[in-house]
Design a protein around this ligand. Structure first.
Ligand SMILES: [Zn+2]
Length: 88
């Protein structure tokens, strides 16, 4: 098995244990590290009062929030996870 399918499966297994659904849509978010760029990943918030372009995490937001340490990496991982939605 190549690295990509193995990594995809391992990430999916972890996200399953964190309670996400395989159809979860992901976004970048501001996590708790205090950075000025969105360096975290979180599920897109379904609350209609949470504006789509608001990258903050509030009580309305679903877990998990995963800190990636880098805004470009967080954006890339969100895109990868969204590309795999429902396919894993
Ligand atoms: Zn929210």
């Amino acid at each position: 098995m190549s690295a990509l399918p193995a990594g995809r499966r391992a990430a999916r297994d972890l996200l399953d244990t964190l309670g996400t659904d395989r159809r979860t849509e992901w976004r970048t978010c501001f996590s708790t590290d205090g950075s000025e760029a969105p360096t975290g990943l979180a599920p897109v918030c379904p609350d209609e009062d949470h504006e789509e372009d608001d990258g903050s995490v509030y009580a309305c937001c679903a877990e998990p929030v995963i800190e990636c340490g880098s805004s470009p990496v967080a954006a890339y991982l969100a895109a990868l996870l969204n590309a795999d939605r429902g396919a894993l």
